[in-house]
Ligand binder design. Structure first.
Ligand code: SAM
Length: 347
């Protein structure tokens, strides 16, 4: 990781700069005291934000009212997709994780205990993080971060995981400056057991709507494709083509897997200008789905496993009263209750 980078959301293309809005939500949460009150507890997010050296007007970690509610909705989404990621890895000890539109998210660090603690993963499941994340970061005297995480046990610790983070080049270039290089201290971690554990991490610069990038990715192991905050920024044709390419490449030609993603509903598209943290970036949402079936129909291999409404996400009871009250009201209004969905589909 290089020294702090002076940047501004204005220097990024509009869609890319939405990654800063979600980073801000995670960084704000990471500063909440006491740690037990944090919704996600991602200490790397706070460091990443500091490394960006944004002007103070773009980096407020003291949001009010509706921005705080937006942040909490984003945090619950991340928490939910983290949980599904851990479930997939528990069920598939040999797996590839394709994290599309990773933005400035440190999901791989959250899902595995990061930094020097990653080696503990080889010893067993006890250090795997869970939905009830309890992570702490402390800057050491060398300035290196130590991350410790504790969580619920998983049935099977991962044995071979290839984690691939992908975003557009403007984001992957920035990531190299503000995030640690890898969640794993080395690409291969040998355990004392006879079969070595093997973890690899790569960061790839790709526009996921362009041809060619997907076809070179490995298909040997079950693949988890994570798309958080991506599909809505694609056109309906681009979203559908992307899902079809994923299912054909990893399903028809490979070991199959799962897509976990979120979608916004049509009502959300119509009201997107009122979502200030996103609207001020200039990004425009274009794809919407009001039910999981609309994504399932994109490819014959897809089967819906879960559809969870934006207001039903696990952990919502931990939000402050304003967000909980808003969610409760919205959950009763037809059309508004499908404004956002977390989806899990097998292929
Ligand atoms: C709202 S941010 C979400 C980032 C991250 N998943 C998170 O939750 O913090 C949207 C991300 O989608 C990425 N994105 C949008 N269109 C893309 C495309 N065609 N190819 C790759 N990434 C794209 C943007 O660069 C940005 O990082």
């Amino acid at each position: 990781m290089a020294s702090p980078t002076a940047t501004s959301t204005n220097l990024l293309p509009p869609t890319a700069s939405t990654a800063i809005a979600t980073l801000l939500a995670r960084a704000t949460d990471a500063l909440v005291q006491p740690p037990s009150s944090r919704l996600l507890n991602d200490p790397i997010a706070a460091t990443t934000l500091a490394n960006l050296s944004l002007p103070p007007s773009e980096a407020s970690t003291n949001p009010s009212g509706r921005t705080r509610a937006f942040n909490q909705v984003v945090l619950l989404r991340a928490r939910h997709l983290d949980f599904w990621t851990r479930e997939f890895l528990a069920a598939h000890p040999q797996a590839t994780v394709l994290h599309l539109a990773c933005g400035l998210d440190s999901r791989a660090w959250r899902v595995f205990s990061g930094g020097s603690e990653a080696a503990d993963l080889a010893e067993g499941p006890q250090n795997m993080n869970s939905a009830n994340t309890n992570a702490n970061a402390n800057a050491t005297s060398q300035g290196r971060e130590e991350i410790t995480m504790q969580g619920d046990n998983l049935m099977n610790p991962p044995r071979q995981v290839h984690w691939i983070d992908i975003d557009v080049p403007s984001i992957t270039t920035l990531r190299k400056d503000v995030l640690p290089t890898s969640p794993f201290p080395t690409t291969t971690i040998s355990s004392s057991s006879s079969s070595p554990n093997n973890y690899t991490y790569i960061l790839l610069p790709h526009d996921v709507t362009s041809p060619g990038w997907l076809e070179s990715l490995p298909t040997t192991h079950p693949t988890l494709v994570i798309m958080e905050g991506l599909l809505m920024y694609l056109s309906p044709a681009e979203a559908s083509t992307l899902v079809q390419r994923i299912c054909s490449h990893f399903g028809d030609n490979g070991a199959g897997g799962q897509i976990i993603c979120d979608v916004v509903g049509r009502r959300f598209l119509a009201t997107q200008k009122s979502v200030t943290p996103i609207a001020r970036t200039g990004a425009v949402m274009r794809f919407a789905a009001d039910a999981a079936g609309e994504v399932e129909r994109m490819h014959e291999r897809l089967r819906v496993r879960d559809q969870v409404g934006m207001w039903e996400r696990p952990g919502r009871e931990l939000c402050d009263w304003y967000t909980r009250w808003s969610m409760w009201i919205w959950s009763w209004i037809p059309g508004v209750n499908t404004m956002g969905l977390d989806l899990r589909l097998d292929f």
